[in-house]
Design a protein around this ligand. Sequence first.
Ligand SMILES: Nc1ncnc2c1ncn2[C@@H]1O[C@H](COP(=O)(O)OP(=O)(O)OP(=O)(O)O)[C@@H](O)[C@H]1O
Length: 417
Amino acid sequence: MRLTDPDAPLLRQVCARLDDTGLTRLGVAVSGGGDSTALLHLLAACAPDHSVALEAATVDHGLRPGSANEAATVAATCAGLGITHQTLRWHGWDGSGNLQAEARAARYRLLAAWAGAQGLDAVALGHTRDDVAETFVMRLGRAAGVDGLATMADDFHRHGARFLRPALGLGRDALRGFLRRHGLGWADDPSNDDPRFDRVKARKALETLADLGIAPETLAEVADNLAETRATLRQITADTARTLARQQAGDVVIDRAALARIAPGIARRLLLAALGWVSGADYAPRREALAGLERAIAAGRAHTLHGCLIQPGDTDLRVSREYAAVKHLATPLTAPWDNRWQVTGPDPALTVAALGEGLRDCPDWRDTGLPRTTLMASPAVWDGPRLIAAPLAGLAQGHAATIHPSRGDFFTYALSH
Ligand SMILES: Nc1ncnc2c1ncn2[C@@H]1O[C@H](COP(=O)(O)OP(=O)(O)OP(=O)(O)O)[C@@H](O)[C@H]1O
């Protein structure tokens, strides 16, 4: 492809992402639509200069008759660019929830698993400035707050994989212009015109707003302003966490009286950060569920939410992992357990699973200062049914358990969530 002057700003934006040190293998999620196809070509144009190897994947949801052909077209485009491509198939909708939401969730899961299997550092998605404006309008309808209305993150983790949105600053028209200039084709997804879908309704609403003099770009700017506000709130929350909370093993322990005195919005964010850090869940709990938790805390009652156990004590509020949420998790000693514990020990053939009732075989557990509920949900090393070690419960036997670097400490987590 011979690049021309109008391509320069597009390449600059997309390629700036590749300067990220540590990014040597990048995946691109290509649906075959205009945005992600343009992203693929732009990345292909600049990846060699940054010594980044590209791979691409298409999720075939199997929901439309033409979907396999679209995936094959992307595969052919990638072959022409010398980029390895894989089609990831979704094994269908079980009829629960909303089809679009289920398909999206499955897509992220499949892409994350692909990134893990291929050893990719991150996966690039083709979201654009138009998606920012459309999402803003869609979220208005859900009475979202700052977090929902702010511009989507351009760098985030989901299902253990890192995702990037290198085209977030570019408009859809600019990307399509690039494809047309170079005679590159793309597929138009017929669901983009299906008026039953929220995104299509949002596009229509944007046209109406534009008639009123409110351009999509203006809404995207509002979303950017809110993203700044969100970053400020996160900073305040993280600073507050440092003074009111401490991390004890895998628990977050918060000064209860002080929590009741701070601004409710910050107290709620602190609680949400603790729930997110302890559980590793990608999504926040629902508003009503959170309100139920706040009532329980005010009444001094223990509560479970989001795979966490929240226990108000005389002076502290403890957020720990709920035993029931990890009871059935078992991983080899070499892999992270519950996506956040790294256990080390001499025999990699052993299994890591929750300590549970094995606590009875840990004579020194009371000396650890950790509650029984925390220890039951902590990682232990097993040889079949035989307990070998429970590092957090004082039965180390040459083993150690530390928070996995991918989760980081609670205070760092609070800064970005
Ligand atoms: N079938 C697919 N296969 C591979 N990647 C896809 C597929 N569909 C979407 N993507 C990726 O996701 C990006 C955004 O697409 P779209 O807005 O349809 O997705 P979404 O998952 O609904 O987004 P959101 O994160 O806003 O919910 C695309 O540019 C592309 O990178």
